[in-house]
Write a protein that binds this ligand. Structure first.
Ligand code: ZN
Length: 173
């Protein structure tokens, strides 16, 4: 089922998520709904707070490497994620967010991340990502901590987009 998105200004986007204690049918149903919602919105990632759930989980779907056009790769599920390592280098690239529509801004992010999380079967895994993939994982993991990409942009830019943010807050939720 496609879920209603939480948009900028929704309190759930600013809360720290709560751990998933049991991976049961409701959690599996939530993940299925998140996948459907992400696809409907043409996103490459979505976190539980964006569909009004307080749980610490997110999903990503990177494009397959080496393809000329955008071909979606496998969906990766991160439950109870924790960052283990971040790269020393910072890369700046444009980012957007399903919860902050039509705003794209340059965001500095480490070039590398190593993350630990559980999959839908409850097994713990550790995985490393670089470049744009790392960026997506950082962005989604931020949602689990109540952080949005606009918190990480240049202060002047943030001021400039404030009217647009206010409009989203007033009209979208
Ligand atoms: Zn986002």
């Amino acid at each position: 089922m496609i879920k209603q998105l939480a948009y900028y200004g929704a309190p759930i986007l600013r809360k720290k998520s709560v751990p998933v204690l049991v991976i049961d049918d409701p959690v599996r149903a939530l993940v299925a709904d998140m996948i459907e919602t992400m696809h409907a919105q043409k996103g490459v990632g979505i976190a539980a707070p964006q569909v009004h759930s307080p749980l610490a989980l997110f999903i990503v779907q990177f494009p397959l490497k080496g393809e000329e056009k955008w071909v979606p790769g496998p969906i990766e599920v991160f439950i109870n994620p924790a960052i283990l390592e971040v790269g020393d280098q910072t890369l700046i690239a444009s980012e957007g967010c399903l919860s902050i529509p039509d705003i794209y801004e340059d965001v500095p992010r480490p070039d590398h991340i190593k993350i630990r999380a559980q999959n839908l079967e409850g097994q713990w895994f550790e995985r490393s990502y670089d470049g744009y993939d790392a960026r997506i994982v950082f962005h989604e993991n931020d949602h689990i901590n109540g952080v949005l990409f606009i918190d990480r942009i240049d202060k002047k830019r943030r001021k400039m987009i404030e009217p647009k943010l206010t409009l989203i807050k007033r009209t979208k939720n």
